[in-house]
Design a protein around this ligand. Structure first.
Ligand SMILES: [Zn+2]
Length: 286
């Protein structure tokens, strides 16, 4: 079984039918449909066309419609903005009424260890929902408006504090501001997609060793670059942390799978990465 643990309804203008056709073509059994509920001034208007132009960026209702159309193919995610006073009530209703299984993705211009966020993440732990967190550092847009940069989350030390404060909640790290830390070099705040040999002492291995509630979402260019920039390291990393790595795309292509399948990994390692860990995170058996 293959599960794509990071994709979005309405992304790139894909209808539910087109998404399922793409999954069939790529041999994907199920997809986690993640929302992106974000205030209008917290995302780049230049990328809005990639998301849902009617209810930007990715509304819960759109994800729910897709899941209702194909209940056997989609796992419903929902991440309300924890700064909103009604976020816990909305999440509770979404779990009770619609069977939401994942809290994601969180992609907001706030420190993810603020008290409102921690309260919501702890609630997710009580309800058995894993939380997908998007991190980006500040990279200049060259403009003052709409924003001088598009940072999200607050960095790797914030992630550590979140893991520390919410030991009962499982988290998936994702995006450039997470994956740059596979390496112990100082590139994470210089370029969004560091390349070249991995330097020992990266924060990701350190946090994985220290916090059993951290998982890695390999989606997008960030995950693929981190695992392939130093192929020998990437292969060893996948083997060593085979119980903590989750296959995911955040796109409609087959690049991650082509890379994983090229590494000659044991069938058991691939089984965990492709579906076992994702199923475990939402409390389902294979
Ligand atoms: Zn993301």
């Amino acid at each position: 079984m293959i599960i794509d643990a990071h994709n979005h309804a309405g992304y790139y203008g894909y209808s539910a039918e087109r998404m399922v056709r793409d999954m069939d073509e790529q041999g994907i059994d199920k997809t986690w449909l993640l929302t992106w509920e974000c205030p209008k001034d917290e995302y780049d208007p230049e990328v809005q066309h990639l998301y849902n132009v009617f209810s930007a960026p990715i509304a819960y209702e759109t994800c729910r419609e897709y899941r209702d159309q194909y209940p056997d193919r989609f796992i419903l995610g929902f991440a309300p903005d924890p700064r909103r006073p009604e976020s816990l009530d909305r999440l509770q209703a979404a779990i009770a009424l619609h069977g939401v299984k994942v809290c994601g993705e969180i992609k907001l211009r706030m420190m993810y260890d603020n008290p409102d966020a921690i309260r919501m993440f702890r609630y997710c732990g009580e309800k058995g929902l894993p939380v997908t967190l998007h991190f980006d550092y500040e990279f200049s847009t060259g403009h003052k408006y709409p924003r001088p940069n598009w940072w999200y989350g607050g960095g790797i030390d914030v992630l550590q504090r979140v893991l520390e404060k919410c030991p009962e909640t499982n988290f998936l790290g994702h995006a450039p501001g997470f994956w740059a830390h596979i390496s112990g070099d100082d590139q994470y705040d210089k370029v969004p997609y560091p390349k070249g040999p991995v330097v020992p002492g990266g924060r990701i291995p350190e946090l994985l060793d220290r916090y059993p509630n951290l998982y890695c979402d390999i989606s997008a260019g960030s995950g693929l670059t981190a695992l392939s920039r130093d192929p020998a390291f990437g292969r060893e990393f996948l083997i060593q942390y085979q119980d903590r790595i989750v296959y995911a795309r955040d796109a409609f292509n087959n690049k991650h799978r082509e890379y994983l399948d090229s590494l000659n990994l044991d069938a058991e390692v691939l089984r965990k990465i492709y579906s076992g860990n994702a199923l475990k995170l939402i409390g389902e058996d294979e």
